[in-house]
Design a binder for this molecule. Structure first.
Ligand SMILES: [Zn+2]
Length: 69
């Protein structure tokens, strides 16, 4: 239950920051993995731009952070 709420909040924050930051970060090209290192799914360009150096999709990053707590 709490996990699902955490995940929903993370998604909300992610999409809100996308909406707020998309103009600013549009032209930024930082290094980030094209595919999630955990599940192999392509990481959306918006996330790679927003989180330079990220190597996991949103779902796996949430799982990873939960595991490492
Ligand atoms: Zn993943």
């Amino acid at each position: 239950m709490a996990d699902e709420i955490d995940r929903a909040q993370e998604r909300d924050e992610f999409f809100r920051s996308l909406a707020l930051g998309s103009r600013k970060t549009e032209s930024f090209t930082g290094f980030a993995a094209a595919e999630c290192i955990d599940c192999g799914e392509p990481i959306p360009k918006a996330r790679r731009v927003l989180v330079p150096g990220c190597c996991r999709c949103v779902d796996c990053q949430a799982d990873f952070e939960r595991r490492s707590e």
